[in-house]
Design a protein around this ligand. Structure first.
Ligand code: PGA
Length: 246
């Protein structure tokens, strides 16, 4: 499975980042691909020159590319800091005004720098009329429709229903509902990726995953990994989670 630890802004010192990286290396297992997404300064601190199987992601990349852009973390910059993945379109970025058009530009910039985009989609609420399914379709279409056939194959999807993020395991999605969503997302992908290609797209789940529910959720067919926030940002909870998965 692909396990992505999104440290958000929980990890807030170089010393804490180094310590958590040491823990991650210790608990990384050859059965899973482990990717860490530290805040940008600590990404460089731990990733540059690191000889490890652990991979690194940026938590975002700029919608702009190249030179005169003060304050922007361009795909080129994060690639140079040691990232090979980029989380894009996280709901916490979208809540700050990021639009589908910006998400697309970010994905294109990431792909141009050979970063694997982890594109987050997810509904705010579940309505009885299932309008949220159309909402998800729109989020996917905004990214996949303009991409080339080759680029479509490079994208990882993280399904993160916003109502389930940053809470506790009881608020996470149920395995039955997750199974349904994985089927739905893969069906949508089928209209952009012909033949058997869409079966290969990795679909992650994110939202209140921890040691108590990861094993059950990992058993859901069609789920290829997890994007984990809070439980990845502390040594004890992350160790417990990786143990529960192994
Ligand atoms: P959480 O965050 O695991 O703290 O719910 C997941 C995410 O926002 O990526």
């Amino acid at each position: 499975m692909l396990i992505v630890g999104n440290w958000k802004a929980y990890v807030n010192s170089g010393a804490a980042a180094k310590k958590l990286f040491a823990t991650a290396k210790r608990v990384a297992s050859s059965k899973h691909e482990l990717v860490l997404a530290p805040p940008a300064p600590y990404l460089a601190l731990i990733a540059l020159g690191a000889r490890t199987k652990v991979r690194f992601a940026s938590q975002d990349v700029s919608a702009l590319a190249g030179g005169a852009h003060t304050g922007e973390l361009t795909a080129e910059v994060v690639r140079g800091a040691g990232a090979t993945y980029a989380i894009i379109g996280h709901s916490e970025r979208r809540a700050e005004g990021e639009t589908d058009e910006m998400v697309l530009r970010k994905v294109q910039n990431a792909l141009a720098e050979k970063l694997t985009p982890i594109v987050c989609i997810g509904e705010w609420v579940r309505d009885a009329d299932a309008a949220y399914l159309g909402f998800l379709r729109g989020q996917l279409d905004a990214v996949f429709s303009p991409l080339s056939a080759k680029d479509r194959l490079a994208v990882v999807i993280a399904y993160e229903p916003i109502w389930a993020i940053g809470k506790s395991a009881v608020d996470a999605i149920t395995p039955t509902d997750l199974n349904e969503m994985a089927l739905y997302i893969r069906k949508l992908l089928g209209s952009y990726i012909p033949g058997k290609g869409s079966a290969k797209t990795r679909i992650l789940y994110g939202g209140s995953v921890d040691a108590s529910n990861i094993r059950e959720l990992a058993g859901v067919p069609g789920i290829d990994g997890f994007l984990i926030g809070r439980a990845s940002a502390e040594a004890a909870t992350f160790t417990a989670l990786m143990k529960a998965l192994s």
